[in-house]
Design a protein around this ligand. Structure first.
Ligand SMILES: NC(=O)c1ccc[n+]([C@@H]2O[C@H](COP(=O)([O-])OP(=O)(O)OC[C@H]3O[C@@H](n4cnc5c(N)ncnc54)[C@H](O)[C@@H]3O)[C@@H](O)[C@H]2O)c1
Length: 371
């Protein structure tokens, strides 16, 4: 009976997933190497900005948190999610070294009677999971790919009510097993998209490439409309009313940013390069994002007010993430051109911006922007 599950790497994504699995009735073993963070999870003092996480963590009874990967063999756990970070490399690809460190430890565990199933939840370069699966088969591990489509600020909700569950299965039986875990956890009726790991890795990156393309399309039509003296919002709302297109991610606003969209878009471009297939959309989308930034900057500078106010500079309202935030990039560019800039945001965001740009801004804490 499938009862125990391990989640290796209980960071932003992993802790939410572990809590949702626990809520579904599994006994969950969260394995984490950052000592201070781990002890704050163990004594339940950790405070997350993600909705519901603090309450779920405080009341969790069957979520064990440890730095000892040997719990996997001791507890005879055969379903293991890996959710460590995969930072971007300068060439746009993904760095799998944290996954490799986990794998090296897993190889040292005493072998089990049943084979162990690894589900890679990290974003990877296409081809990585199959290659890893080939390497690990001698150690009786299967490797499947199972990425998440979540937005920060909504992680718990998105995991419980996904549109689709993408499963790049090592084999059909493992795919069934993974689907069964999700069927027990989710609170809706998602589409289960099952395929080989390589196809799933491409599907993950391509989904985000499509969204960045849609955002860049909306912003370039919006900029064109402004130049022409037309109404960008009315134009985009008309386009989005066509059911073949839809209104989501088709507003006129800031360019795309955050920890996922830009990275996945570039990684797909990098994968194209590796196959000598120039994926023009990936590059064009990034270029349009930069051109839109310049357009917005010129508009802000044309504003004659001496002081400009930015209401929130996180890449998305309700989060404290400033990674590749276009809002912050604009605020910096305006301030560096000698304008007085006031940033209104949560204390978490203000603290990060202060560290990065000492003395550049005036800050007004705005608790309502925290969540
Ligand atoms: N956070 C998101 O919004 C998001 C969305 C989609 C996909 N992803 C992908 O999910 C993966 C995880 O992202 P995240 O944002 O949760 O990262 P994170 O950095 O917040 O969490 C990773 C955690 O893994 C831990 N860790 C590292 N090495 C370990 C090891 N050997 N053993 C145990 N724990 C270890 C780290 O200490 C950290 O707490 C990445 O590949 C990311 O691209 C993230």
């Amino acid at each position: 009976m499938l009862e125990k599950i391990a989640v290796i790497g209980v960071g932003k994504l992993g802790i939410c997933f572990a809590l949702n699995l626990e809520k579904a009735g599994f006994e969950v073993w969260g394995i984490e190497t950052q000592a201070e963070y781990l002890s704050s999870l163990q004594d339940r003092t950790f405070q997350s900005q993600e909705p519901q996480v603090n309450e779920m963590l405080a009341s969790s009874k069957r979520l064990m948190l440890t730095d000892d990967i040997e719990c996997i063999s001791e507890q005879e756990i055969t379903d293991i999610f890996i959710m460590v970070a995969t930072p971007s490399l300068p060439d746009g690809g993904y760095d799998h070294s944290q996954v490799e460190r986990v794998v090296a430890k897993l190889q040292e565990l005493p072998s089990s009677a049943e084979s162990r199933n690894l589900y890679i939840g990290c974003t990877t370069m296409p081809g990585y999971c199959s290659e890893l699966g080939d390497r690990l088969s001698a150690f009786r591990y299967t490797v499947s790919y199972n990425p998440e489509f979540i937005a920060q600020g909504d992680i718990i909700k998105n995991q419980l009510k996904p549109d689709q569950v993408l499963i790049g299965e090592a084999n059909e039986l493992v795919g069934e097993r993974l689907q069964a875990i999700y069927e027990r956890m989710v609170e809706n009726d998602p589409v289960y998209c099952r395929m080989d790991p390589l196809s799933a890795e491409i599907a993950k990156l391509a989904t985000n490439c499509f969204l960045t393309t849609k955002i860049s399309f909306a912003n370039s039509i919006g900029d064109l409309a402004v130049k022409a003296g037309a109404d960008p919002n009315k134009i985009l709302s008309a386009i989005g009313s066509d059911s073949r297109i839809g209104p989501k991610y088709l507003g006129y606003g800031f360019g795309f940013g955050g920890p996922c969209f830009p990275r996945d878009n570039r990684a797909l471009g990098k994968f194209g390069e590796m196959l000598e297939y120039p994926l023009l959309l990936s590059k064009a989308t990034d270029q349009v994002n930069d051109e839109h930034f310049e357009f917005q900057l010129q508009q802000l500078l044309a504003n004659e007010k001496e002081t400009l106010i930015f209401e929130g500079v996180a890449y998305k309202k309700g989060t404290s993430q400033i990674t590749e935030s276009q809002q912050l990039r604009l605020a910096v560019a305006v301030a560096q051109r000698g304008r007085k800039v006031i940033i209104r945001d949560s204390v978490e965001v203000i603290d990060q911006v202060k560290m990065l740009y000492p003395g550049l801004f005036i800050f007004e804490p705005e608790p309502s922007l925290a969540n």
